[in-house]
Ligand binder design. Structure first.
Ligand code: NDP
Length: 299
C-alpha cells in the first residue's frame, strides 16, 4: 500500500483563490478592501524572504499590503508606538510582527500590544483563551492550515484518535485545541512522553511538529492513518557540492508505505501558512465590519 500524497501547494493555491474571490465580493458589495500590515525589525535573511512573499501574496489576493521595515537597533518603545498606530488605523485589519525580534525587544510585550481583533497570527493571549474556550478566535496560521488539510482529506474528524507531537504555543497546543474542537480524542506528546512510538501507533491522525529531522518512522504509524508533517529541517547536502535538503519531522519513505495519506516536505503544510494568513486577514476584516464569516476559511 502507498499513501495518498496530500498536495498542500495546490490546496494553498485554492485557498488563496477563494480568499481573492471573497475579497472581490467584499469590495464590490461593501466598498471595503482588507489591509494587512507586516512589521519587520532587522535584516534576518529568512524573515526578509517571508515578508516579501507575504506582501506579494497579499496584493495578489486583492488586499492592501502595508510593509514596515525598521532597523535592527529600533528601540522597543518605537516598535510599540508603531503597533499602537496600526491598532488605531481603520485601513489596517490585520497586524503581523515578524518573529524573531532582536534580543533587546521583549517579544511577549509586543505581541500583547497588538489589538486581539487584528492579531492575524493568533498569538495574543486573548485569542489563545478564546480558542481554548471554544469561542470565536483568531487561530494561528500553521495549525489552521493543518486543520483545513485534514478536513479536506477526511471530512468529519469526529471520534478520531489524534496524536499531536509537540506542545509549542505556535503549533502543538493550538493544533490540539482545534482537533478537540472538531471532536477528536487528542493526545499531546512531547520530549518527556514515554513510549512515543506506541502512543503514535494508536493514532488515526498524526501531526508532527517537533523540529527533529525524520524522527517519526513508518513502524510507528497505524496502517491507513493520516500523517501531517509540520517540520521544516534543513539538512546538509548528501554529497560534496550537492544541494541542502529540506526534510520534515516524518521519515517520508517509510511512512508513505503505511499511512493512508501524508503531506510531503516541501509542498505540504508549508504553503498553507501564508494562505491561512490571508484567510485570517479576510476573517478579521469581516468581523470588524459585522459581515458574515468567510466561507470555508475559518476553524
Ligand atoms: P518548538 O521547538 O517550539 O517545539 C518543539 C516541540 O517538540 C516541543 O514541544 C518539544 O517538547 C517537542 N519535542 C522535541 N523533541 C522531541 C522528541 N524527541 N520527542 C517528542 N517530542 C519532542 O518547535 P515549533 O512548534 O515552533 O516547530 C516545530 C517544527 O515545525 C519545526 O521543524 C519548525 O521549523 C516547523 N514549523 C513549520 C511551520 C510551517 O509553516 N510549516 C511553521 C512553524 C513551525 P518539549 O516541550 O518537551 O521540549
Amino acid at each position: 500500500m502507498s499513501a495518498k500524497i496530500i498536495d498542500g501547494k495546490a490546496f494553498a493555491a485554492d485557498v488563496r483563490a477563494r480568499v481573492a474571490e471573497q475579497v472581490a465580493a467584499m469590495k464590490a458589495d461593501h466598498g471595503i478592501t482588507p489591509g494587512l500590515a507586516v512589521v519587520l525589525v532587522g535584516e534576518d535573511p529568512a524573515s526578509q524572504v517571508y515578508v516579501r512573499s507575504k506582501g506579494k501574496q497579499t496584493v495578489e489576493a486583492g488586499m492592501n499590503s502595508f510593509e514596515h521595515k525598521l532597523p535592527a537597533e529600533t528601540p522597543e518603545a518605537d516598535l510599540l508606538a508603531l503597533v499602537a498606530q496600526l491598532n488605531a488605523d481603520p485601513k489596517v485589519n490585520g497586524i503581523l510582527v515578524q518573529l524573531p525580534l532582536p534580543e533587546h525587544i521583549d517579544e511577549a510585550k509586543v505581541l500583547a500590544a497588538i489589538e486581539p481583533a487584528k492579531d492575524v497570527d493568533g498569538f495574543h493571549i486573548s485569542n489563545v483563551g478564546l480558542l481554548a474556550t471554544g469561542q470565536k478566535a483568531m487561530v494561528p496560521c500553521t495549525p489552521l492550515g493543518c486543520l483545513m488539510l485534514l478536513r479536506d482529506q477526511l471530512g468529519s474528524l469526529s471520534g478520531k484518535n489524534a496524536v499531536v507531537i509537540g506542545r509549542s504555543n505556535i503549533v502543538g497546543k493550538p493544533m490540539a485545541q482545534l482537533l478537540l474542537r472538531d471532536s477528536c480524542t487528542v493526545t499531546v506528546a512531547h520530549s518527556r512522553t514515554a513510549d512515543l512510538p506506541d502512543v503514535v501507533r494508536r493514532a488515526d491522525i498524526v501531526v508532527a511538529a517537533v523540529g527533529r529531522p525524520e524522527m517519526v518512522k513508518g513502524d510507528w504509524i497505524k496502517p491507513g492513518a493520516t500523517v501531517i508533517d509540520v517540520g521544516i529541517n534543513r539538512l546538509p547536502p548528501a554529497e560534496e557540492g550537492g544541494k541542502a535538503r529540506l526534510v520534515g519531522d516524518v521519515d517520508f519513505d517509510s511512512c508513505v508505505a503505511v499511512a493512508g495519506a501524508i503531506t510531503p516536505v516541501p509542498g505540504g503544510v508549508g504553503p498553507m501558512t501564508i494562505a491561512c494568513l490571508l484567510a485570517n486577514t479576510l476573517t478579521a476584516t469581516a468581523r470588524a465590519h459585522g459581515l458574515p464569516e468567510p466561507e470555508g476559511l475559518t476553524a
